[in-house]
Design a protein around this ligand. Sequence first.
Ligand code: GLA
Length: 382
Amino acid sequence: MSLSARLRTGFAEAYGAAPLIEARAPGRVNLIGEHTDYNDGFAMPVAIGPETRVAFLPEAGADLRVAALDFGESDCFDPATVSPHTEGGWRNYVRGVVDELRRAGVAVPGGALAIAGSIARGTGLSSSASLEVALTHALLAAAGQSWRALDIALLAQRAECGFPGVRCGNLDQIASAATTAGHALLIDCRSLALRQIPLPDDIAIMIVQSGVRRGLVDGEYNTRRAECERAAAFMGVAALRDADEAMLAAAQGGLDERAWRRARHVIGDNRRTREAAEALAADDLIATGRLMRESHLSQAADFAITVPHTDSLAGLLNTAIGDEGGARQTGGGFGGAVVAIMRRARVETARNAVLANYRTPDGALPDVRVETPAAGAAVIAR
Ligand code: GLA
């Protein structure tokens, strides 16, 4: 059953009615530029096929009833006086979006809402961002408003920082909201300038799940963020986006070693991301692949967010792919997925190398998927 059919069937079972509005938002995989977004830098994601869909039947003056079909869980609250749910989890992504819309002056109606998705949670493909973005679309449509994709993304990001309390950057939500089918998206996370980069048909994007669950990530994430802020303050810049290799050299010895290494990764990945965008636009997979390999090594040695399983997976893929393309750990880190880019002719070689030589920590075969860049979020029925 398609995701849309599952959503509509689940909606009918939960509420005995049909929805009026349906919205979708894709997950994302980041090709390069990691932990650069909250340093006001650059990142280059693509949207992927797996997505979250929400269906909504507004009813003015009613509470908002929410059914999370994939979990068999529900929630119910008054949108006008929404507050965080004590259990946290998916409910606070929903409540957080409603709260931010309310703060933005949008009259969010109550009614019946159902959520279903095809992005496995905890796999680093931004299931939470896609939920926030799809929901923002649906609730805005119900309120008779239509916003720019970027504004939807920024509201969704604020929603994630609010009730759920994750100090994330804007990469995931912009990737879900503002991508175009067949394109990678170069994001300037400070100016919010976006550049769509067409990907030729013979380029394949492969995502391999390491099977390492990202435990304790929020704490590590916030620590990395604080280290980056410390480095920026030491160098006298507003954000690491404004620092360069010369400032880094001058800071060596004065700034503590750990913050200095974090800064070296961010400054390097900002440069690599811009270079990779040029390389990809020129269909130069040799340069793109080299930059991805360098980015992985920098995440391992300086940002300290890779784990032995993602190191070995990236190594395996890089050997199988050869010069034309490359692989690196993608997303927040400490496990999750490895992303690789290569010519389509290489896909079977790369897949076979992974299946023959890599096992998850549980000894299982890893999930390997090949993605074509999907379209960004939209309201698809109303
Ligand atoms: C997570 C965050 C993003 C970004 C990445 C790392 O996905 O939600 O904002 O910081 O990690 O690049």
